[in-house]
Design a protein around this ligand. Sequence first.
Ligand SMILES: [Zn+2]
Ligand SMILES: [Zn+2]
Length: 273
Amino acid sequence: MDVVLLGTGNPLPDPNRAGSATLVRAGGTQLLFDAGRGVLLRAAAAGTGPAQWAAVLLTHLHSDHLTDLNDVITTHWVQSFVPTTLQVYGPPGTREVVDGALAMLGPDIGYRLAHHADLTWRPQVEVTELLSGPVLETGGVRVVAEPTDHRPVEPSVGYRVEHDGRSVVIGGDGIPCEGLDRLCAGADAYVQTVLRDDLVRMVPVPRFQDTIDYHSTVAQAAQTAARAGVRTLVLTHYVPGLFPGQEDEWRALAAEHFAGEIVLGDDLTTVTV
Ligand SMILES: [Zn+2]
Ligand SMILES: [Zn+2]
C-alpha cells in the first residue's frame, strides 16, 4: 500500500504546499482522503485523478479539507464517458456540503450539458454519511471509521484502510482520543495532521492561539503512535508551517515520544507499507 501526501499545507495559503489531501493506493484501488486546496494539481503530479478513485472520504467539514471538492466533482463528471457515480463518504453534514457544491456548480453544469451532445447526464454523487464502523469494501480493501475529537468541530472521523495484511490510518485533525487509539492499534502507518504549540504560542493573535485546543501537537501524535504500537508515523498539515531545513527539528520532537519511523516532508511525499 502507498500513502501519498498530496497536500501537506494548513489553512493559510502556501505557494509550496497544497491543502489537506492524502491518497492511498492499495492494490488496484485508490482512495482520496480530504480534498483541500489544489488537490487535483498534486493528484496530476502523482499520475492520478478523480476518474481513478473508488471513493473520496472526508474526515470533517472544515473548509481546508474540502475547498476543492467541487473541482473533484466537476473533473470526475467531465472525464467520464459513461454515467459514473462519484462515491463520497464523510461525517453527518457531508450531504449538505455536496448539495451546496452541486448548487454552486449549477450554471457550469447547464453550460456543459447544453454544449456537449454526448454529455447527457448531470454529475452523479452518492453520499454516505457515517460516524463509526465498516465504511466500504472493494478490491480486497476494507475501510473502517471511528469518531475523532476535533471539538468544537463535530462530528469528525478518522479512517483505517486495510489491504493484504497491511493497514494505514488517516487521523484527520483532532486531539488524541479513544476512537483514534482504536484505529491506530498495530497500524503500519498513521497519518496525523499536527501543530507545533511551542511555535503557535509565540504568535500573539487570538484567532491563531485558538487552533492549539483542537489539533494534535507533534508530541501528542507521537504519543498516540507509541501507545498504539504503530510502525510508521507520518506527519502532515504542518501548523504554523514546515520550512526548509526544519524537518529534523520536527522529527526530533516526535522522536522524544516514539521510537518508530517518522516521516514528514513536502507534497507528494510517499510512504509504502
Ligand atoms: Zn479541522
Ligand atoms: Zn485542517
